[in-house]
Design a protein around this ligand. Structure first.
Ligand SMILES: NC(=O)c1ccc[n+]([C@@H]2O[C@H](COP(=O)([O-])OP(=O)(O)OC[C@H]3O[C@@H](n4cnc5c(N)ncnc54)[C@H](O)[C@@H]3O)[C@@H](O)[C@H]2O)c1
Length: 322
């Protein structure tokens, strides 16, 4: 059976997912919905799909098996609500929103209806993250330190807190999500953020450009995750390190380094986690077996709660308990 798929969004990541879907057997990207029909038509031509400017028109015209939602963080809400009402499984890119309010009410409806969902925390599907999870099992983790130190993306929405949620919620969310996936649930956060450089360099920047967040986990682990977007494009540091009495496990998106008990081993990355995450979602749509989905809406909501609590804590100047 060929799955008929719809896409909401016509930007960079909608195209990344559309290209992957186009290369898969038994899948047809049938319809694309954008902020205007013109934009949707322009993208749809590359995939022999139909373009729409309204999601309801797209859903009325096609019997879709699932929809991918690849929109800016501040645009979440009405799209998912429409899909939930019509009972259409969806995959959505992270983060679920810029604050927890709308996602909390969507989560309630998703749980009431039992709708199938999946969220784009693709690092969970990386072979090295699965290896790391195995290496950590049985270890008593001492502490975890992570970071997303990079440059500022060019998209105007990214630089606006109301539309992106800020770097910690939009980008560093991947590191927070990995912390939860690999080390446990977060119970308390204390965030500090600052606007050092970027608002003076570029117009329309109101997101913090530096920040550090201390986190306490329910199992007693303490962690720190920091981020900045002040760097020039050519340098950066993204990753997560686990420290315990056997040594150090140091992960970054390119490789995993195990340095324990006097020995060191490096594991390079293989495979494409974006393909694995889509295959897991589509397999669930086809068969109803959700076991391959490593991040659903409920799980991703817990990651959003942590990142939003970090901003709330910074505003209060005090730790926030979750
Ligand atoms: N998982 C990853 O590695 C990864 C990488 C990049 C982006 N993303 C996520 O993907 C999402 C989109 O990012 P992007 O880089 O494609 O941004 P982009 O600016 O290239 O595209 C955003 C798109 O959203 C569309 N949009 C906004 N509101 C809409 C609405 N109501 N209906 C239909 N379309 C709407 C815009 O028209 C645009 O096409 C973001 O949440 C981002 O965090 C994830």
């Amino acid at each position: 059976m060929t799955l008929s798929i719809g896409m909401v969004g016509t930007g960079w990541f909608a195209k990344v997912h559309a290209d992957l879907l186009a290369g898969m057997e038994g899948v047809k990207l049938a319809a694309i919905c954008g902020t205007s029909k013109d934009k949707a038509d322009a993208m749809a031509r590359s995939y022999a799909a139909q373009g729409y400017g309204e999601i309801t028109e797209m859903l009325d015209a096609h019997k879709l098996d699932a929809v991918y939602v690849c929109v800016t963080p501040g645009a979440h809400g009405a799209i998912e609500r429409t899909l939930i009402r019509r009972g259409i499984p969806f995959f959505t890119e992270k983060p679920l929103g810029v604050t927890t309010e709308i996602p909390a009410s969507l989560l309630q409806d998703i749980q009431d209806s039992g709708l199938l969902t999946s969220v784009g925390y693709h690092f969970r599907y990386q072979e090295n993250v699965q290896r790391l999870k195995k290496l950590l099992s049985g270890d008593k983790i001492g502490m975890v330190v992570g970071q997303w130190m990079g440059s500022m993306p060019g998209a105007p929405w990214w630089r606006d807190q109301e539309r992106s949620g800020g770097q910690f919620t939009e980008q560093t969310t991947h590191i927070v999500d990995l912390l939860r996936y690999l080390a446990g649930e977060v119970t308390e956060v204390y965030g500090m953020f600052g606007n050092r450089v970027m608002h003076e360099k570029h117009k329309g920047v109101n997101v913090a450009d530096v920040g550090t967040v201390s986190l306490k986990l329910e199992n007693g682990i303490v962690a720190n995750i920091s981020n900045t977007c002040v760097l020039p494009g050519e340098v950066g540091k993204v990753g997560l390190s686990f420290y315990n009495d056997r040594g150090l496990l140091d992960w970054n998106p390119q490789r995993l380094l195990e340095t324990r008990e006097g020995e060191s081993q490096e594991y390079a990355n293989t495979g494409n986690p974006y393909v694995t995450e889509s295959e897991a979602f589509l397999q669930a749509v086809r068969t109803g077996d959700r076991s391959g989905i490593l991040s659903d809406y409920a799980d991703a909501y817990r990651t959003l709660k942590v990142t939003c609590a970090a901003f709330e804590s910074a505003k209060k100047g005090a730790a926030v308990k979750l």
